[in-house]
Design a protein around this ligand. Structure first.
Ligand SMILES: CC(C)(COP(=O)(O)OP(=O)(O)OC[C@H]1O[C@@H](n2cnc3c(N)ncnc32)[C@H](O)[C@@H]1OP(=O)(O)O)[C@@H](O)C(=O)NCCC(=O)NCCS
Length: 158
């Protein structure tokens, strides 16, 4: 840990309330995915009544987020990203747990998601939170090198 890390408060999770963070979400998303969503796409989703999101904040700066869409008593996690400098620090689990707790309070009973079968950190986090594989989609994701990757579909009953 660098000395300045000791002076910086630990990250905390809070709901994302409006679309003003859309440009930051797009920047974070672009650090992780071969086909990033732009700020307009995030703004559009965040303006939907069904959108549900939490951010991971550190020293007033958004360092990660999880974004879901709710429908009746189910929800789908659309994306989750932790800033590159904080990955591997165990922050995703707390962020997602707080998000799932919020979904329960909003009446959600089942949550779905898709994940690249090769994304070991994400799979570990999801499995620890109780998600189980329910299917797979061969060649679902386009990768930066032009190849395609299989998506696993997972869900959890809350
Ligand atoms: C996936 C992601 C959200 C996980 O968040 P995180 O806070 O970095 O996760 P953690 O630090 O808790 O790591 C999760 C687990 O993966 C392990 N891990 C981390 N990096 C790893 C790597 N490169 N290879 C193998 N395992 C790894 C950790 O040791 C931990 O295992 P443990 O629970 O047994 O201790 C984050 O890495 C990220 O933003 N990735 C880019 C975006 C992405 O892939 N989102 C998910 C799309 S579905």
């Amino acid at each position: 840990m660098a000395w300045w890390d000791a002076l910086t408060p630990p990250p905390h999770t809070a709901p994302l309330l409006d679309a003003s963070q859309a440009p930051t979400l797009a920047r974070l998303h672009a650090t992780a995915f071969a086909r990033p969503w732009d700020a307009h796409e995030f703004e559009r989703i965040l303006c939907e009544r069904s959108a549900f999101a939490h951010g991971l904040w550190r020293a007033g700066i958004l360092q990660g987020f999880v974004l879901s869409r709710r429908a009746a008593d189910e929800a789908e996690i659309l994306t989750v990203v932790i800033a590159p400098g904080l990955r591997g620090g165990g922050h995703a689990r707390g962020l997602l747990q707080r998000h799932l707790d919020g979904l329960v309070q909003a009446g959600t009973t089942r949550v779905h998601l898709e994940v690249d079968e090769g994304n070991t950190p994400a799979l570990k986090v999801y499995r620890r939170l109780g998600f189980q594989q329910v299917g797979e989609r061969t060649g679902y994701y386009a990768k930066a090198d032009g190849s395609r990757a299989t998506a696993l579909t997972m869900s959890v009953v809350l």
